[in-house]
Structure formats: C-alpha cells, structure tokens
Design a protein around this ligand. Structure first.
Ligand SMILES: Nc1ncnc2c1ncn2[C@@H]1O[C@H](COP(=O)(O)OP(=O)(O)OP(=O)(O)O)[C@@H](O)[C@H]1O
Ligand SMILES: [Mg+2]
Length: 315
C-alpha cells in the first residue's frame, strides 16, 4: 500500500537498489544482530517483498561469518551468558584506544589515547565540534573500524584481539545502530522492517517477537498507527522512532546513535532523547548518542566531550 504510482518498476528498482546500498551497512547493523544458525535457510525462506536481492545476500554472508567466528570465540560466548542478568555492569570498556589516519606525510590523530567505560542501562551523550573524533570513537565501539592501538571490550569480548570475522560476530550479538538518516529499508513498511530481523535471526513468533510484542513496542514509541507505512510516508521524527523500534527489537546490549536528532526540530529532538532515555532504562540497554545539540544533555546520565580527539567527562 501507499506505493508511489509514478514509479515505473525499473526506475523504482534502481532507486531501491541505490538506497538499499546506502542503507545496507546501517540496516545490517540493526537487523542482523544475533545471527546464529546456518546461512542456507535465510536465502530459501520466503523473502520480504523485494528485499531478496539487496538484503539476503549480505545477511547470509554475515551469518556465515558469525558461524565461523563462534567456533573460535568460546570465551566470549561464556562471558555472554554471565553478563546477561546483572544490571549496571560494564558493557563497553576502552583502554588507551587511539586512531590515527595518515594523509600524505601528515598524521591525523583522530582519537588520542582514550579510556572509556559504559554500563548497561546507561544513556550517554558524546558531544563536541565537527571533526573532533566522535564518529571515530563510535565506529570503533561498533567494531566498524579498527583502532590503531589500545584495547576495547564490548560485552566482554576483546575487539582488538579478534579477527574481522570474529568482530562481525561480536557486532551482531551486541550492537544496534541508529543513524541520522534513520537507516530504514525504503521498500519495507515499518512492521516489515522487523520481519527482516526475524527472518535472519530465526526468531519469528518466538517470545518477544510476536505481532503482539511488536505492537506493544510500536505503541510505546507512539508509532502503532504507522506500522503499515513506508519510510517515504513518515515524518523525520516518525522515521527516527521506527529506526529506534527496529534497533530495540533485536535487543542489543549497546545502541550507538550517531546524531539521531540532527534532522529534527528542538521539540522532536527532546522527545526522541527522552524516548531513548526511557528505553535505556526499560531494556537495560547502554545507549551512546553522538549529538551536536548541547540542550539534550539534561536528558542523559553522563556527558562526554570530544575535542581534537581528546575525550573528557563533562557530566
Ligand atoms: N577515513 C578517514 N581518513 C582520514 N581522516 C579521517 C577519516 N575519518 C575521519 N577522519 C578525520 O578524523 C577526524 C575525526 O573525524 P570524525 O568523523 O570522528 O569527527 P566527528 O566528531 O564525528 O565530526 P562530525 O561532527 O562532523 O561528524 C577528522 O579530522 C576527520 O577528518
Ligand atoms: Mg561524525
């Protein structure tokens, strides 16, 4: 429903392909969490609409990676089960993490040696000027980028000692992303965004993953009435809330939000911040939110300021 009648199929496919490509890294991060089993089935199951080509292949790849990583990371798996029950335990731990980029003969110290700890249920803001190193830090925590040096543990796994495949597995288990662009798959309805996750994680109709659970999640985010709408039919704030729903549906331990309120006016930005705060508490999720907007700091538990790659605690 609500498909734009002006799109002829080939054009639409092109657009979808292009947008999906952009959204893919982001979408993967939130919809592919906790991929555990054989990759074969994901490709055989009835796919969601046109999701097959653009989404299934990378999902299957991730599953394969996840499966092979699991074998070589038994300690991490043990640690996982220990970690799941307690509240307020450390979920992200960086020690002496730094990141340098080389451009010509110049070295950019994007992130200077940094110690940082975050706990379950904690809502943290990361503020600082453009180019100061915020996204660098966030992507290192998310395992999307490797540090030049130092150690980082997420959910008890030492990311700096893992291979790329093992790191992908750690990311799938622990991390959800909410990005400025809301990273929704354009040709799926809000409700179908969650199908994608269930299809890959094989959680369809399992506890926490029934339509009733979804509806409760949508209701708590004020988007129940929008569940059959497409991305293009949603306002900026509604897209953000749909992206939050999708991130939470996968029950990650850590949500990394890179300027989730950037496209919103103040009132909506506060509402999204408040929503994230509530969800951190309700789901015991650690949320780390990069923001330029210092007015949001009243809504968070802790504030860190990044300046020239140097992190200091400001609240
Ligand atoms: N891949 C890269 N290659 C070279 N330099 C990079 C790369 N990524 C980031 N940088 C540099 O590292 C520094 C930190 O960048 P980063 O993206 O972390 O900043 P930011 O705080 O997220 O900025 P913004 O608020 O504009 O998003 C900047 O000087 C940037 O130019
Ligand atoms: Mg950035």
């Amino acid at each position: 429903m609500n498909i734009d009648p002006n799109h002829i199929p080939s054009r639409r496919e092109l657009r979808v392909q292009e947008e999906a490509e952009k959204a893919r890294a982001e979408a993967q991060a939130t919809t592919e969490n906790q991929v555990e089993e054989s990759p074969a089935e994901a490709t055989q199951e009835a796919p969601v609409a046109e999701a097959t080509e653009t989404e299934t292949a990378p999902l299957a790849e991730k599953e394969a990676e996840a499966a092979s990583a699991e074998e070589s990371a038994p300690e991490a798996a043990e640690k996982d089960s220990e970690d799941s029950s307690e509240k307020g335990e450390i979920i992200v731990e960086m020690k002496g993490i730094y990141k340098d980029f080389t451009q010509g003969d110049e070295t950019i110290h994007a992130l200077k040696p940094t110690d940082f700890t975050a706990r379950k249920g904690e809502f943290i803001a990361l503020i600082g000027p453009s180019g100061s190193g915020k996204s660098t830090m966030l992507t290192i925590i998310g395992g999307l980028q490797t540090p030049t040096g130092g150690t980082i543990k997420v959910g008890g796994r030492d990311l700096s000692e893992l291979s790329d495949k093992q790191r992908a597995k750690a990311r799938l288990d622990e991390i959800g992303f909410i990005l400025q662009s809301a990273n929704l798959v354009p040709f799926l309805t809000v409700n179908e965004q969650l199908d994608l996750y269930d299809r890959v994680a094989k959680t369809k109709n399992q506890p926490g993953h029934t339509q009733k659970d979804r509806d409760e999640l949508f209701e708590s985010l004020g988007i129940l009435k929008l569940k059959n709408k497409y991305k293009s039919d949603l306002s900026g704030g509604e897209k953000q809330r749909a992206a939050i729903a999708r991130a939470l549906y996968a029950t990650p331990s850590v949500i990394l939000a890179d300027e989730p309120t950037a496209a919103l006016d103040s009132k909506k930005a506060f509402a999204v911040a408040e929503l994230l705060r509530e969800q951190a508490k309700v789901h015991d999720t650690c949320i780390i939110m990069v923001t330029h907007d210092e007015r949001l700091i009243d809504h968070v538990d802790a504030v860190y300021r990044m300046e020239d790659g140097e992190l200091t605690k400001a609240k």
